[in-house]
Write a new protein. Sequence first.
Length: 436
Amino acid sequence: MPQNTSPADLAAVIHAHDQRRRRHPLLFACSLLLTAVALILLFGHLARVRQPGTVFVTTDLQRGDIRLLVTATGTLEPTNKVTVGSELSGTALEVLVSSNDRVRKDQVLARLDARKLTQQTDSSRAALAAARAKVLQARATVTESEATLARARNLQQLSAGQLPAGADMDAAVAAVARARANLAGAEAEVAAAAAQLQANETDLAKTVIRSPIDGIVLTRSLEPGQTVAASFTAPELFVIAEQLEQMKLKVSVAEADIARVVAGQDASFTVDAWPERTYSALVTKVAYSSTITDNVVTYQAELQLANTELSLRPGMTATVDIRVAEAKDVLLAPLAALRFDPAAGTPPTTTTTTEKKSFLQSLVPGPPPSEKKHRDTADTATATAADSRLWLLRDGHPAAVSVSVGLNNGRLVEVAGNDLREGLSVIVRSTGGTTP
């Protein structure tokens, strides 16, 4: 210490040192407080930045028509298809039609070799003539026998029974009976010969194969010179479809859908050959019997359709939509809107919703502002889970509206309710987000 320091200066220095020592704890405490406040503000801001929010995606209710469709697949067939065969065996002499040819009823399609049947027919005709000649002979014999018997009886009356002898009378009576029996036999032979001739003529007519209906030849399985063998079953020579301007469509309907399909319903279908075209049809028959394939139960439905342009052909595969129900001029909502439930997804908070907070609440991060509202909404959703509801976005929060539902085509659903109108926005889903 310097020698020239006075006691007063020393006292002043000591007093100043004591003052600095007393102020140091206060400054230190203030520094700690400011640091804590800064950290709280920083962590609170970060928490709010990372706090997830919910962005609701909405769509407007629209008014329109809705149809409930049952989809099935099947094949096109002619309204009436006839297989033409031959009951006779023989060789084809000529075939007069080909596939796709139009034919008329009774038109000649082909001819078989008929020489053998012609000979048999001629023989039967000769046998019939011989049988008829025998009938004439038998009738003459009957006439002769009856005359002989009449003379014998006349003589018996004139001779007072003396002539002729009894044996001669018996012989005359027997001769008449034999003559009449021979006549009956000859007449039976005529009938048999006539029947045989008719059978041969029928077989001879069958050598000419004719069309039984008006239509179009689908297939031809006979060529000139080909041998036709009709031993047990009639061989298939031609397949004729009756006027393809009208056709039928047989489809297999799933077991779950068959209860809604009835005769008289309209339908539309497409085929692979013309994918850009849609054809109309009408359900005419629904089978009660089922078909089981690989443990899958289906029922057959038959539809009638017009094919005036002949663009459709038998055997084509068709995909059919049967209109089993329809509602016109109704409110329609996406099916996703009915499935939306805030309680099952992200809490329904929005980035635009704010609540009044005190200064201390703003310093300390807490739960999301709408956590209580989310819990209330979840409770409400659980309590009314059995009801059909749509969720509207009101003041940034979802609000449930009870509705009654109608037809559902898998994408849109018919809805009705007192609070619904066309153009009203409904929530279809929510997505998570962050506040800036």
